[in-house]
Ligand binder design. Structure first.
Ligand SMILES: Nc1nc2c(ncn2[C@@H]2O[C@H](COP(=O)(O)OP(=O)(O)O)[C@@H](O)[C@H]2O)c(=O)[nH]1
Ligand SMILES: [Mg+2]
Length: 452
């Protein structure tokens, strides 16, 4: 995420020389301007940003430090709407009611699921979803599948009207003490009066604490314009930008809050449930300036990883007892953190590696699939103790997994090496070794286990 933008900032920063004069500053801002426009940031936002950064830098004496400070301040300024909450905030009296609105196909239903997943897994909340899109029969079915997958309750009734189902859902939420209620609504291909009336009625009944406008990032500046219209006609408290993974440029995210006058609150970057990230201005600025976003990463990890379990695992690794069952458990935990690329992007200095990894899919890489097939063909004892695997057993496993014996040998060797490496890293001086390893990987050579 934000690759193009981060690169633009890095380039511009690199253009400021140590013996600084206004010429160097001009060169840097010209570079920044060019690349921001190329990334699709709105021209007014760019003009405003450049002139403010120039003025502030000059005021404090031209130099790399002053330039960076001015840029950081201005970016935070652009992304921040005064008085707007940082991250998701809960109503003082539960349930917190959230209305999801937007055009058809923008990603409302998917994002409703993602948001529910985020609130359940990261915030440990009891979440109820109301299906108030009764335009299309398939819409309710889609939501039913999503809620089953993530284990969240759903209120739906194909024969009710949107306001009826919302009333019914809210009553249930009151009675059964839900923390959050998310309401998925119908969209249209374009803005029309009938839709606006329906949404206004639903809004009157739901009395939402949050009104999220869901916008498709791939529609560029159109996303901004429709958000403006919905803000005028219905009123919104925030925007969620979806399909950010398909928008290579990413500049819309930078100008959106200022242009719409409502904060960008979340970004969706993928079709899976964990692919939703909070948009918190200072953290995003930190990432744009190449400093990573350790806070978000720590939050995600803390929510996904059970500390007791983590301790048990570390002990096993230290004793060299890491086995196939542990491996599968770890894979499950990793999945909750989201895509590998988004995780890497949050670690300072790892942006370049994130790019290399591309969209490596933890679940579906060839290696992982082979290991899963092999584990499925093992007896419980073999899963617990990889050392049991002699040639006879390996042959049986290869057959069961539909692999040849060379493949099985290769995977076993990799697994043992990985366990050895983990044991080493968990000991003293492990962090330093880890850094060396990362450096090696960044200097070409690829990432071990990466699909070729
Ligand atoms: N790649 C990608 N696809 C998404 C994202 N969000 C939604 N989609 C896809 O966009 C399509 C429309 O989404 P849906 O939630 O049904 O839109 P709705 O009509 O607004 O409810 C579906 O195929 C989703 O899988 C995203 O962040 N990234
Ligand atoms: Mg929908």
């Amino acid at each position: 995420m934000f690759d193009t933008l981060t690169d633009s900032f890095k380039n511009a920063i690199g253009k400021i020389r140590f013996h600084d004069d206004e010429k160097a500053l001009k060169k840097a801002t010209a570079e920044l301007k060019k690349s921001l426009l190329k990334a699709d940031v709105h021209h007014k936002v760019v003009k405003d940003l450049i002139s403010d950064v120039e003025r502030e830098t000059k005021k404090n004496g031209v130099g790399k430090e002053t330039f960076l400070k001015a840029l950081q301040e201005k970016l935070t300024d652009i992304l921040t709407i005064e008085g707007a909450p940082k991250g998701f905030t809960f109503a003082s009296k539960p349930p917190t009611v959230v209305l999801m609105i937007g055009l058809q196909g923008s990603g409302k239903t998917t994002t409703t699921g993602k948001l529910a997943y985020f609130l359940k897994e990261q915030k440990k909340k009891k979440v109820l979803i109301i299906a108030a899109d009764l335009q299309r029969l398939a819409a309710v079915e889609q939501l039913r599948q999503i809620t089953e997958q993530i284990g969240v309750d759903l209120v739906a009734d194909e024969k009710a009207t949107p306001t009826q189902i919302v009333k019914e859902g809210l009553e249930k939420a009151q009675k059964e003490l839900y923390d959050v209620v998310l309401i998925d609504t119908a969209g249209r291909l374009a803005i029309d009066e009938e839709l606006m009336e329906e949404l206004a009625e639903v809004k009157a009944v739901a009395k939402p604490d949050e009104l999220f406008y869901v916008a498709d990032a791939m529609t560029g500046q159109d996303a901004v314009r429709t958000a403006q219209t919905f803000k005028e006609k219905i009123g919104i408290t925030g925007v969620i930008l979806t399909k950010f993974d398909g928008d290579a440029k990413g500049g819309v995210a930078l100008g959106l809050s200022q242009q719409v006058g409502a904060p960008l609150r979340f970004i969706g970057a993928g079709e899976k449930m964990p692919d939703l990230e909070q948009f918190i201005p200072d953290r995003i600025v930190s990432r744009l300036m190449g400093a990573g976003d350790v806070e978000s990463l720590a939050e995600k990890a803390a929510a996904a990883i059970d500390p007791k379990e983590a301790k048990r695992m570390t002990q096993k690794i230290k004793k060299g007892q890491f086995n196939f069952n542990d491996f599968l458990d770890q894979m499950e935990q990793m999945k909750k953190l989201g895509s590998m690329k988004s995780i890497m992007g949050m670690i300072p200095g790892m942006g370049a590696m994130a790019k290399q990894i591309g969209d490596m899919d933890l679940e579906n890489s060839d290696e992982i699939r082979m290991i899963k097939a092999m584990v499925a063909s093992m007896t419980p004892k073999e899963r617990e103790n990889p050392d049991l695997l002699n040639n006879t057993r390996k042959r049986r496993i290869a057959q069961g997994a539909g692999l040849d014996q060379m493949q099985v040998n290769r995977v076993l060797k990799q697994f043992k090496n990985a366990a050895k490496m983990a044991k080493k890293l968990s000991g003293k001086g492990g962090m330093k070794q880890m850094q060396d390893l990362m450096k090696q990987m960044q200097g070409g050579g690829g990432f071990p286990g990466m699909p070729r």
